[in-house]
Design a protein around this ligand. Sequence first.
Ligand code: NAI
Length: 254
Amino acid sequence: MSKKTALITGAARGIGFGIAEKLASDGFNIAIFDILDKEQDTVKENLAKLDALGAETLYFQGNLAKQADCIAFVAAAAEKFGSVDVMVNNAGVAPKVRMDMLETTAESLDFVFGINIKGTFFMAQAAANQMVKQGKGGTMVNISSMSAYATSVNRPEYCISKAGVSMITQLFAKRLAGEGINVYEVRPGVIKTDMTSVVTEKYDKLIADGVFPIKRWGFPEDIAKAVSAFVSGAFPYSTGEVINVDGGFHIQDM
Ligand code: NAI
C-alpha cells in the first residue's frame, strides 16, 4: 500500500520537526511548510534525518500569513504525493517583544494574528478543501497552547491568537464531521525549543517551584506522541477534542 502523506507547518525545527520525525517513523511521507530557507544548516540536517527514516519529503518555503502560499503548498503536496491525508497546523509565533498589554501595538497584534489566526485558518481551509475533494476523509491537528486559556498580560496578542486557534479547531471539527475528517487540538505547556530559549531562566524557575505537576520541561517528542495518537485513527468517534500536553499544568488547584 502506498504511504499516506502528512502536511506540517513550521516543521523546519522545534515542535513541528519533532512531529515530522515521529510521523515519518510512523510511515508517513512528509510535506513541510516553513518560512526558513531550505539551505540553512539546521534545516538541511533535519531534512537528512527525515530521509534516514525512509520518508519522502517536500519542503515548501512560504509565509503562513499569505493565503496564496497556503493554497500553493497544499496543491504542491497533493501533486507530489497524490493525496493529502493529515494536516498539522503547528507554525506559530510569539510577539517580537513582550510588553504590558496597556502598551501593546497594532503592529505586534497584526504580526501575531496574521500568522497564528489568519494563517492557521487559511491553511486549514486549503487542506480541508483538498481532503473534501479527495472524498476519503482525513485528520487535522492544530497546535494551540496553554495560552489559549492562561493569561499572560505581557503578551495578550499571543493568548488571544491561541484562543482563536482553539475556536478554529471547533469550527473545522463541526464543518468537516460529515466529510469523515476529524479535527483535534494539542495544547502544549512549556516546551524546550527556540521559541522558549529566550525565557529559559523564567521557566526553569517555574518548573523548580512546582508550577507543573510533572516537574520537567516538555520536549517536541511529547507533542509528537500526542499528534501521532490522534492521526493513528484511534479516535474515530471523537472530533473537536483537545489534549493538554503540559505536565498537568491545566489542573486547577485551591
Ligand atoms: P519555533 O519558533 O521553534 O518554531 C516555529 C516554526 O514555525 C519555525 O520553523 C518557524 O520558521 C516557522 N514559522 C514561523 N513563522 C512562520 C510563517 N510566517 N510562515 C511559515 N512558517 C513560520 O516554535 P515552537 O516552540 O516549535 O512552536 C511551534 C508551535 O507550538 C507554535 O504554534 C507555538 O505557538 C506552539 N507552542 C509552543 C510552546 C513552547 O513552549 N515552545 C508552548 C505552547 C505552544
